[in-house]
Write a protein that binds this ligand. Structure first.
Ligand code: ADP
Ligand code: MG
Length: 240
């Protein structure tokens, strides 16, 4: 589903990703953890070309998306992304937020997009908020709308960058619940998170990033029980 080979990314002099090679199979739920500044967000953003890799190759469903001739928009359509800060359109209703992209890109008629958006809002428990504006929602509700919006493009892969980090503690659960449901439905997911309970319960594989490399990876339960690297151990001691 995703194949990354020798991925590096520099910002000026600063080499943030130092050669990442990784395969992600269909249906995997990969959880990425690691200290702040280790390159987790940059890695996710390279996967859907929100950042242009400095070197290396990325294949999505067999297509090399780092080739010059690649259609970036087509690639992005396959991948939904959910950010820490929701990034909803403030002047659009909840329903419009969800229905907008497939309508604009003419993937669906306006009517079909609204039907689909409504069904997705029902799925995340927010159909009653369809006509509200983002400002009228709690953080947890905003994030559930953001997930519905990403799903409205029928992505094959969902990328989550610390989706619960900006939420008040009592709202974290409702968002993780939606993500868990998505995982159970078989979605391929890459999730950067500090929620170790989620990593343990939902993650099929855990990647520990440190200073621009994947230092350690494997079954989340095994890594939590017996990390191989000292740096993994000291990180886990702080967050578990
Ligand atoms: P993480 O998500 O693990 O906290 P990031 O991928 O956000 O880490 O950042 C890794 C490093 O890259 C940090 O040192 C950060 O300051 C730097 N960085 C990220 N984005 C940019 C950018 N657009 N320009 C310059 N430096 C950046
Ligand atoms: Mg980050």
């Amino acid at each position: 589903m995703i194949r990354v080979e020798g991925l590096t990314k520099s910002f000026g002099e600063l080499e943030v990703l130092k050669g990442i090679t990784e395969h992600i199979a269909p249906g995997e739920k990969v959880v990425v953890i690691g200290p702040s500044g280790s390159g987790k967000s940059t890695f996710l953003r390279c996967l859907n070309l929100l950042e242009q890799p400095t070197a290396g190759k990325i294949y999505i469903e067999g297509e090399c998306i780092t080739d010059k001739g690649c259609n970036v928009n087509k690639v992005r359509q396959k991948m939904g992304m959910v950010f820490q800060n929701f990034n909803l359109f403030p002047h659009r209703t909840v329903l419009d937020n969800v229905a907008l992209a497939p309508t604009k890109l003419k993937l669906l008629s306006a009517g079909d997009a609204k039907d689909k958006a409504m069904a997705l809002l029902r799925r995340v428990g927010l159909d009653s908020k369809a006509d509200n504006y983002p400002v009228q929602l709690s953080g947890g509700q905003k994030q559930r709308v953001a997930i519905a919006r990403a799903l409205c493009m029928s992505p094959d892969i969902m990328l989550f960058d610390e989706p619960t980090s900006a939420l008040d503690p009592e709202m974290v659960g409702e968002v993780l619940e939606v993500m868990k449901q998505l995982a159970q439905e078989g979605m391929t997911m890459v999730v950067v998170t500090h929620e170790m309970g989620f990593a343990r319960e939902v993650g099929s594989r855990l990647l520990f990033m440190d200073e621009g490399v994947i230092l350690e990876q494997g079954d989340p339960r095994e890594i939590f029980a017996a990390p191989k690297h000292e740096r993994t151990r000291s990180f886990l001691q702080k967050v578990l």
